[in-house]
Write a protein that binds this ligand. Sequence first.
Ligand code: MCA
Ligand code: AMP
Length: 500
Amino acid sequence: MSSSPLIERFERLTRERAEHLAIVDDRERVSFRLLGQRVGHVAAELRARGLSGKRVALLVTQGSRWVESFLGIIAADAIAVPLSHLHPEAEQSWFVRTSHASALVVSGETRERVAGYAGGLPVLLVEELRDSQLGPGAIDTRAGDVAVILYTSGTTGKPKGALISQGNLEATARLLGSAWKWSPDDVLLHCLPLHHLHGLGIALLTALLAGSTTRMLEKFDGPRLWDEMAHATVLMGVPTMHKKLLDGFDAADASTQARWAGHAARLRLVTSGSAALPTTVGERLRALTGQYPLERFGMTEIGVGASNPIEGPRVPGSCGPALPGMQLRIVKEDGRDAGPTESGEIWIRGPGVFLGYDENPEATREAFSEGWFKSGDTAMFLDGGHVKIMGRTSVDILKSGGYKLSALEIEEVVREHDAIADVAVVGLPDETWGEVAVAAVIAKPGRRAELEGDALREWAKARIASYKVPKRVVLLDDFPRNPVGKVVKPELAKLLAARG
Ligand code: MCA
Ligand code: AMP
């Protein structure tokens, strides 16, 4: 019997820091000891049901029960498939079927939501699993075992399942723990969605495995975050969260602003990632917190590849040099490394890099070159080796509020609408979201009215997460096309931007 480094570190904390708070949510305060006991019970119940090595989907409200479910699944050496309440039933069902999940773990409030698609799968209530009478039993996990499948949108119609190992998760947490000087005295203020690596790996697991406390909110809530900052040392967010926090600050009265500014000034560390941080937002945060936010570059498939330093200069508009422990190259189209001032694609190697895409050897093969993961991001090195990201190489990948959106995935869904003859989705710059998806639509003859107003958006929300639904739908008679009839998306984007 052996334990992966992730489980080993966690178990050690449950002994050595037993009474220290691990997770605080709106319902309870859970010490490392209690968390360890509950995780042991969840794992024992899953093992007793023969779920080791199987995929287990989880739809649980964010908080201690989510953490217990997740760690219980991986301590049972099963594979977690995190679902999100932000996805409509049709999409959740797709994730469950595509991942070949053998069971679902739910919480009291989410049980009803899976009833429509669970079929014959066992639906297990975390509140019952964690109170089990079964002893924890022996743990048998290895670093190379798949811990979690995270679905990520790409340049194909449907999202791909990234296979992330126990070792990948532990490595990202360990490298960040050391680079960002995490200590058990830290309190992470957490409000990021847990079906993505930012919230799960970069935030939650880094704090947890450093023996720190995580104050977890169920979702982003600006005023609550400002209030809770009084008790936190670290805040992690995507640029849109920071922007929304600042907008909330500006809208508050003077005494509230003075209180919130006091909270912000206490923070040891504010990080930003998942999308480019506008320097205007960064500078405003500097004025409030006394430090420019630490911007870093990450990806579902790699963890974190580059990071500004905790001490030393943070370069606004850059993601810093390679994270110690990870290797990063910028490679030109001809395969040579880019020189100073030259741009190319970011390639990454290191212990955070995932195992491959689930049931998709071709996509996995294409994603790597001689052991390097090819990110699809265009970047250049600034003086001092800091990485400046210039955008995605594919016009069909958008970043909206930190979520990666695939124009092709959205088009595929929207095209199913019976009144639509053709659709093209592009990203347009937006102050709050960074980028927003806009759909240009050609209606079938006589069917325009069915697509006007919010009709198409509402229709789409039953099929894909509302954060993927285009913020704007523009009806056109045709799209700009090249001589062979292919839509020229940069031209289309210009045309849509000009229409306002
Ligand atoms: C919500 N909406 C969005 C988004 N979020 N639309 C576009 N893009 C979004 N990101 C829509 C809702 O569906 C709703 O639509 C309307 O906007 C208002 O929603 P609301 O609930 O008020 O929004 P919010 O709660 O303020 O959410 C904003 C948010 C959220 C907190 C910034 O988007 C978020 O949690 N983003 C984080 C994403 C993330 O963690 N990415 C990490 C990927 P309607 O009104 O039509 O219903 S991992 C990664 O990138 C790597 C590893 C890395 O480097 O970190
Ligand atoms: P995801 O696939 O959701 O994990 O998103 C990963 C992508 O987010 C990367 O490939 C980048 O395009 C983008 N990204 C992450 N961090 C940053 C950053 N600091 N600046 C710009 N883009 C970023």
